[in-house]
Design a protein around this ligand. Structure first.
Ligand SMILES: Cc1ncc(C[n+]2csc(CCOP(=O)(O)OP(=O)(O)O)c2C)c(N)n1
Ligand code: SF4
Ligand SMILES: [Mg+2]
Length: 304
């Protein structure tokens, strides 16, 4: 059998070494976003992490974070967050911890957990009004296990489980809309390549109480197949082509926070990534390119 060109992250040379000998890929867009988010949140945090690439950030007893960290099974991070929140509330109520030492409970998961495996636990947590911030780094696949498709994979992307023909036949789920339908306190999309927009959204989310979401699109050189030096440029192209709208939901209203006019053609974004190479070689797939462009145009049409 032909070897998949999608390799497990653990098989790659260690380019970014952390405590415990864990390795992250160079140019990881998820790591960039989390770094920027942590800059705003600071150390008074408990990260409740579902299994994924970022789990490798924290191998007991090492972690690059100054706050606390809890690992959970893939589907259970919001349930873990409920337990941590309840414990913190009890400590404050029983005066065993001063209120000023209270911590922000942050769920940190990839898209596999956020869009799929953990969605039911998330829905229940929002319904209960749990006071937590959900951070999803969305690299559009199960990256840690070799980039299998997830509910976040875009149409036509090649993945380890859609490695031939037109690529992934499904369409990326709209997690922002799913959250908005729950009427949370706050929800936003973001990307590490737009750090000011991201920081403003994290600040806003930090200062609210209740269920809050930040989804950061996370260009993944390993799974999307591009050079690690291009992470920021590809992230900017996702926004400038309109593929990744930057927006927020507050008080029942959705507003875009960065609008690029005119938008660049989507193929400027697609052709930089090996996962879409079959749309251009050995010949251009005009029908599929037109379909992808039409879907992006249809999204933006009501706002123009
Ligand atoms: C219930 C369950 N199924 C499968 C796995 C194996 N597994 C570990 S990480 C991972 C990928 C998670 O994907 P995502 O949430 O998108 O995070 P990423 O790996 O992309 O960072 C999988 C499938 C697991 N830990 N638990
Ligand atoms: S596989 Fe992708 S998301 Fe995972 S560490 Fe590497 S670049 Fe980051
Ligand atoms: Mg993922």
């Amino acid at each position: 059998m032909k070897e998949s060109r999608f390799r497990r992250m653990q098989d790659l040379p260690s380019t970014h070494l952390l405590g415990g000998g864990t390795a992250m890929c160079a140019g990881c867009g998820g790591l960039q976003a989390i770094d920027e988010i942590y800059d705003v949140l600071g150390e008074k945090t408990v990260f409740v992490n579902a299994a994924g690439c970022m789990t490798l950030l924290s191998t007991y007893p090492f972690t690059p974070f100054r706050g606390s960290w809890l690992d959970t099974a893939m589907a259970s991070a919001p349930a873990g967050a409920q337990g941590v929140r309840d414990a913190l509330d009890l400590l404050v109520d029983k005066r065993r911890m001063p209120p000023e030492e209270d911590l922000e409970v942050v769920v940190l998961t990839g898209d596999g957990a956020a869009y799929g495996m953990g969605l039911s636990a998330t829905s229940g947590a929002i319904e209960r009004g749990l006071d937590f911030l959900y951070v999803c780094y969305d690299n559009e696949g199960y990256a840690n296990t070799g980039q299998q498709y997830s509910g976040a994979t875009p149409h036509a992307a090649r993945t380890a489980t859609s490695s031939a023909g037109p690529g992934y036949l499904g369409y990326k789920k709209d997690l922002f809309a799913i959250w908005a339908a729950h009427r949370p306190v706050y929800a936003a999309t973001a990307i590490g390549a737009e750090p000011l927009d991201l920081a403003r959204k994290v600040e806003k989310a930090r200062d609210l109480r209740g269920p809050r979401l930040i989804i950061a699109l996370s260009p993944c050189p390993t799974g999307w197949d591009f050079d690690p030096s291009e992470t920021v440029e590809i992230g900017r192209l996702a926004v400038r082509t309109g593929v990744w709208p930057l927006k927020e939901y507050v008080d029942g209203r959705v507003e875009h926070t960065r609008v690029r006019r005119p938008r660049l053609p989507v193929e400027e974004y697609l052709r930089r990534q090996g996962r879409f190479a079959h749309l251009f070689e050995p010949e251009r797939n005009e029908a599929l390119l037109a379909e992808i462009q039409a879907r992006v145009d249809a999204y933006w049409a009501p706002f123009e």
